[in-house]
Design a protein around this ligand. Structure first.
Ligand code: F6P
Ligand code: MG
Length: 457
């Protein structure tokens, strides 16, 4: 028997806390941003925007008041192209009587972002508006320090990469691979749904090289070596996919990893999979990808103290633009990624919502990197597994259906698998000291991370 998925009603869990405390705040922040936006609007646009703001208030009250989860109306489904899986879930007899604080955590969280999106999609002058854009941009703006540090590192390395690969200096490349995997991993620590009140110092403290060094011991599972071996097997012709998570600093870190892989001739091309609607506050959409390159090149957005830093930012942005132009870096946004379906559905058996389609494409990749916490939750079905459950068991069909995968996750939720005997107890005990009654929340703190690989090939 499979364990149940986590519910928003599970007493004392981070999921329960998230639903009851964090979601109303996230919607309130969206209302505040909408009101700021409306100050510069007029006429019909302002009128429609005010209607959206009022409906956001209703949604906030619905959540805070633990209202029943209602199906999307026919009109909403049509106009906003809502996938029917949401209403199918709610119509299922197992989910009758679901309310915001008594339903599957994963489902309800994804449903909330869809409800928000529907408000914009049903107002013709606001269909493309990203309510989280202001926050995404301002946090990336605050990331100047970490952004410049990485750009300088990249620029210094860039010229040596060709040499390393023609000389087959695999030992050095392996060490660099580890470094760029860590950069991409800890890039996930900059998550706007958790960093709602972060200061510049907070952001600096999680983005630099020193921070990564300090955090090395916090990687409790590390399969980097296995991923390296998988890549070497397909050397030079390899394709690597990124199932992206957050825009801004994390996307920047992912682009660093992709550029490193391509320029060291380990990999031929990378495919980035983003989101088709604003999602989980900070997740990457196509326009965020374009905005990031423009931000890097914008001397007002990133004013630098010295010429070398400015050059480094320009070099990196130009490198990425060239990779895109040459077809070595591609961005896609399938609607599957913003449904509530977990990744056990990335399988030939899921024929309704693109699961089979994506599966048949992803098996062609030599490595599919799933970024971040939500992707880890979807890989494991967000179920209440014992924390020592083997990774291959928790990922279900993905253990055997031919996708070679790597999950890079800083831990920000209750679900956790793959730990050696005794480690959960040890870390829970340590976390309990400063967080009485909440020892098991070490897996939700963002302080620890896991790097989990699997291949059935
Ligand atoms: O728990 C915090 C949370 O909102 C989770 O619901 C979600 O899994 C995560 O943050 C988002 O984090 P990430 O951007 O790493 O997927
Ligand atoms: Mg995210």
């Amino acid at each position: 028997m499979l364990p149940e998925p986590f519910k928003t009603s599970d007493n004392g869990t981070f999921g329960e806390f998230t639903a009851t405390q964090r979601w109303p705040t996230i919607i309130q922040n969206a209302i505040d941003d909408m009101n700021t936006e409306l100050q510069s609007q007029s006429g019909e646009c302002k009128k429609q925007g005010e209607a959206i703001a009022a409906q956001l208030v209703e949604l906030r009250d619905e959540v805070a008041g633990n209202a029943p989860l209602r199906p999307f109306t026919h009109r909403e489904t049509e106009i906003a192209a809502v996938p029917s899986c949401f209403n199918e879930y709610l119509a299922d007899s197992r989910h009758q009587g679901a309310t915001w604080f008594n339903a599957g955590w994963l489902f309800t969280e994804v449903y909330m972002y869809r409800r928000m999106n529907v408000l914009f999609k049903t107002h013709p002058l606001w269909t493309q508006f990203d309510i989280f854009n202001r926050l995404k941009q301002s946090t990336f703006h605050s990331s100047l320090h970490g952004v410049v540090e990485l750009a300088l590192r990249y620029k210094n390395l860039r010229l040596q990469l060709d040499k390393l690969s023609t000389q087959h200096d695999d030992e050095t490349l392996r060490i660099l691979f580890k470094e760029f995997i860590d950069i991409s991993l800890w890039g996930n620590a900059t998550d706007l749904s958790l960093l709602t009140n972060a200061t510049l110092e907070d952001i600096k403290s999680i983005q630099g090289a020193q921070a990564r060094k300090n955090a090395e011991s916090k990687i409790v599972i590390d399969d980097t070596a296995k991923a390296w071996d998988a890549l070497l097997k397909a050397r030079t012709t390899a394709r690597v996919d990124f199932v992206l998570d957050n825009s801004g600093f994390e996307l920047y870190a992912d682009l660093m990893l992709a550029a490193f892989l391509i320029h060291s001739n380990l990999v031929k091309n990378c495919v980035f999979h983003g989101k088709d609607i604003p999602y989980m506050v900070s997740d990457t959409m196509r326009k965020d990808f374009s905005a990031l390159l423009e931000d890097l090149e914008d001397t007002k957005f990133f004013p630098t103290d010295d010429q070398a830093s400015r050059e480094a930012l320009d070099v990196f942005a130009q490198d990425i633009r060239k990779l895109v132009k040459d077809g070595q870096l591609e961005f896609r946004a399938d609607p599957f990624w913003t449904t509530d379906l977990d990744y056990w559905n990335l399988d030939p058996s899921e024929t309704k919502y693109h699961g089979a389609q994506l599966h048949s494409d992803l098996v062609k990749s030599n490595l599919v990197i799933f970024k971040g916490d939500l992707n880890y939750r979807k890989l494991t079905g967000d179920r209440k597994w014992p924390r020592t459950t083997p990774w291959a068991e928790a990922i279900g069909p993905l253990a055997t259906n031919g996708i070679t995968l790597l999950s890079l996750r800083t831990c920000k939720a209750d679900v956790q698998v793959g730990l050696p005997e005794g480690l959960d107890e040890k870390l829970s005990h340590a976390w309990e000291k400063d967080h009485p009654g909440k020892g098991s929340w070490w897996t939700s703190s963002g302080k620890w991370a896991v790097i989990c690989f699997h291949s059935s090939r």
